[in-house]
Design a protein around this ligand. Sequence first.
Ligand code: 5RP
Length: 220
Amino acid sequence: MTTDNMKKAAAVAALEWVEKDSIIGVGTGSTANHFIDALADWHSPVKGAVASSDATAARLKAADIEIYDLNSSGTLSLYVDGADEANPALHLIKGGGGALTREKIVAAASINFICIADASKKVDVLGGFPLPVEVIPMARSYVAREIVKLGGDPELRDQFTTDNGNVILDIHNMKITDPIQLESQINQLAGVVTCGLFAGRPADVLLLGKEDGTVERITA
Ligand code: 5RP
């Protein structure tokens, strides 16, 4: 099975959590796109969705799914999104697509967070994938120096601006043994909007599409 088909299998499996006529949160990336495609064909249509990025909003609109503003939707029953890495506690690295801040907001405002991914995303220790950090542009150099003090190698993401008008520093070479502590340390740096560690608010369920076509369900 291709990686893309594994992502698709995980995305389709997430439909089990979708309630008819609900407003749900939808993440960003190729796996989340498979989820949007599956939602569009689903026999229990949702009332609408809160999008975690402009790209997701455009795809939802194209699928005729109504977009809601998080400020008017209230608490969401469900958020479905992909990840770049997941550890056994369902702490995640996210933000490979640069949508980490809005993703973190929608995840925080949701009761259930179902993470969908192909099996390669499951790791024992986070940090093989460079950790994205969204930074206010004027703080870029300061935050990079502070990240070096924390033991990481920050790299400015080339030619990239987030939906919020900020830049991304990708932190290489960090073995993240305490994701909850590191998330709060990085988030406290002046100029950081948020980092791509989802540890304080991890996923509730991880659906992993596997080589053999099955989907493994992991709860923390
Ligand atoms: C975007 C994300 C994505 O969920 C993450 O990058 C995984 O992407 P994909 O589903 O394409 O593998 O965090 O900001």
